[in-house]
Design a protein around this ligand. Structure first.
Ligand code: HEC
Length: 131
């Protein structure tokens, strides 16, 4: 009888331990999922001192004017960017360039570094803001 009680208690203990492990595992998984969510919404990179509007103009000419000639005359594949949201919203520009859209190709960081993108943003926001 005593042994039976002991066995029951041990069984309960085991159940408790298994339960605790599962709970902790669940919490760990939740936390992990959360961090994945955070990395998906990467913070906007800061614009470093190595970037400039001058450099941005060069990069824009080399990579973008083939589709965004911006003079309103040349037949263009892409819209003129004067006054575009990309001239005041850095995150939007990054998203558009990194992902592409419709007829627009995407540019990986091997094509254009974050610093290059920052330069392009400086160019767009100072020269093409439409103000
Ligand atoms: C192959 C042609 C092509 C190239 C190269 C290209 N774009 Fe585009 N871009 C487009 C097209 C087409 C759209 C319109 C996409 C849509 O909305 O369907 C567009 C849209 C955009 C927009 C959104 C404009 C708005 O206000 O909605 C931005 C910003 C942009 N491009 C920036 C760039 C930059 C910066 C580069 C160079 C790094 C670049 N594009 C290179 C074709 C191109």
């Amino acid at each position: 009888m005593r042994n039976e009680k002991k066995a029951k208690l041990n069984g309960l203990r085991l159940l408790l331990i298994v339960g605790a492990v599962l709970l902790l595992g669940g919490i760990a998984l939740l936390l992990q999922n959360n961090t994945v969510g955070v990395t998906q919404n990467e913070p906007t990179p800061t614009i470093g001192v190595g970037s400039s509007a001058e450099q941005g103009l060069k990069l824009f000419r080399n990579n973008c004017t083939i589709c965004h000639p911006n003079d309103g005359k040349t037949p263009a594949k892409g819209p003129a960017l004067t006054g575009s949201r990309a001239t005041r919203d850095y995150t939007f520009l990054i998203w558009q360039v990194r992902n592409g859209k419709g007829q627009m190709r995407s540019f990986s960081s091997a094509n254009l570094s974050d610093a290059d993108l920052a330069s392009i943003y400086l160019y767009l926001s100072t020269e093409l803001s439409g103000k």
